[in-house]
Write a protein that binds this ligand. Structure first.
Ligand SMILES: Cc1cc2nc3c(=O)[nH]c(=O)nc-3n(C[C@H](O)[C@H](O)[C@H](O)COP(=O)(O)OP(=O)(O)OC[C@H]3O[C@@H](n4cnc5c(N)ncnc54)[C@H](O)[C@@H]3O)c2cc1C
Length: 310
């Protein structure tokens, strides 16, 4: 892991830095490249513009590690109301949630209760509910909870990270459930015994997990793949593999983050792929933004240019 990436990921956990940085105008301006605004309305306006380009969306209200049950309740309420708003808007938008934002640190039962209500409401609207995956302290609890949820909520999807050494075994255990899996590389700072330290291994793992998800056996069991990556080489290899092995485009989708690789988003949609853009919103954006900087340290230059620009 590069020094810059380590420093940025360590910074993402600093409360002191968060309190200072969110007040700085140039930081707020730089963040707007990845986030259309702090409210659900801002996200929906961006979703409307993306719809013109045949891009669906996934919406996520930023927040993690809440420490009070009433906060988890109000996050759940926000998402339930948000689903009604989305339904009225007619937009093709789904939601993605973090379990620690729904109280996982306070107990799995609390988080399961909330996520079950959200999945039920999403199901009533004919939509999927996605569950993000956080750092490796939560992997086991997240997968266990997903397994329980999936028994009654067929519309629940889970994110898995290709950088984790355990993911191949996790995927094998989830395929028989007909799980919907969003595959990503992984955004957190992890020790080498937990996650592959070399990018080449993370990328190789991503491709091999993708092929497994697209296999006839996985699809036969009802598994669905969402490829959450901006890696154009990987995307092309997945597209080629799907075409060569006769996988229909309805069996998978690509998901990219708002503001990242917009031309690739359009190219994918124009090639008749299902594509969703994940739009984050909310005021708790600092740790999430630091992870975006860590993914591409050149982004730090962009922040610096905003600082010089005034
Ligand atoms: C839809 C979606 C959902 C996600 N959900 C989760 C989750 O629940 N848990 C989790 O751990 N991670 C999540 N991630 C983040 C993911 O783990 C990676 O950290 C992130 O996607 C960068 O990896 P990459 O696959 O794009 O490949 P990389 O090899 O990192 O990047 C490939 C290329 O994409 C471009 N790029 C990538 N990131 C950026 C950036 N921040 N700014 C500008 N350009 C960039 C660059 O051109 C880079 O060369 C999610 C990502 C997506 C797209």
């Amino acid at each position: 892991m590069s020094l810059m990436r380590s420093v940025l990921l360590a910074g993402s956990r600093s409360v002191w830095l968060r309190e200072k940085a969110v007040k700085l105008r140039f930081v707020r301006r730089a963040v707007s490249r990845f986030m259309p605004g702090e409210t659900l309305d801002d996200a929906l306006n961006a979703a409307r513009a993306l719809r013109e380009k045949r891009l669906g969306t996934v919406l996520s209200c930023l927040g993690e590690n809440i420490s009070d049950a009433s906060e988890a309740e109000s996050v759940a309420r926000h998402y339930l109301d948000g689903m009604e708003t989305v339904k009225r808007s007619g937009l093709d938008a789904e939601f993605s949630v973090k379990l620690t934002q729904l109280g996982l640190d306070l107990g799995a039962e609390l988080a399961l209760g909330h996520v079950d209500r959200l999945a039920a409401r999403a199901g009533d609207h004919g939509r999927r509910l996605w569950i993000d995956i956080e750092d490796s302290r939560y992997t086991r609890a997240t997968i266990d909870l997903y397994r329980r949820l999936r028994m009654t909520r067929a519309n629940a999807g889970l994110c898995l990270q290709s950088y984790l050494r355990r993911t191949s075994a996790d995927l094998e255990s989830l395929i028989p459930l007909g799980a919907a899996i969003r595959l990503v590389k992984g955004a957190y700072k992890e020790p080498p015994d937990v996650a592959f330290p070399r990018k080449i291994d993370v990328d190789e793992s991503y491709l091999s997990l993708s092929k497994r998800l697209l296999s006839a056996e996985a699809r036969g069991r009802g598994a669905y793949a969402a490829f959450g990556t901006h890696d154009r080489d990987l995307i092309r290899r997945i597209e080629a593999h799907a075409a060569q092995t006769g996988v229909p485009k309805s069996a998978f989708e690509f998901e990219l983050l708002y503001g990242i690789q917009p031309t690739e988003q359009i190219r994918l949609a124009e090639s008749d792929n299902r594509v969703r853009v994940l739009i984050s919103y909310g005021s708790f954006w600092f740790p999430w933004y630091m992870r975006r900087l860590a993914e591409r340290p050149a982004n730090v230059l962009f922040v610096a240019r905003n600082m010089i620009g005034g």
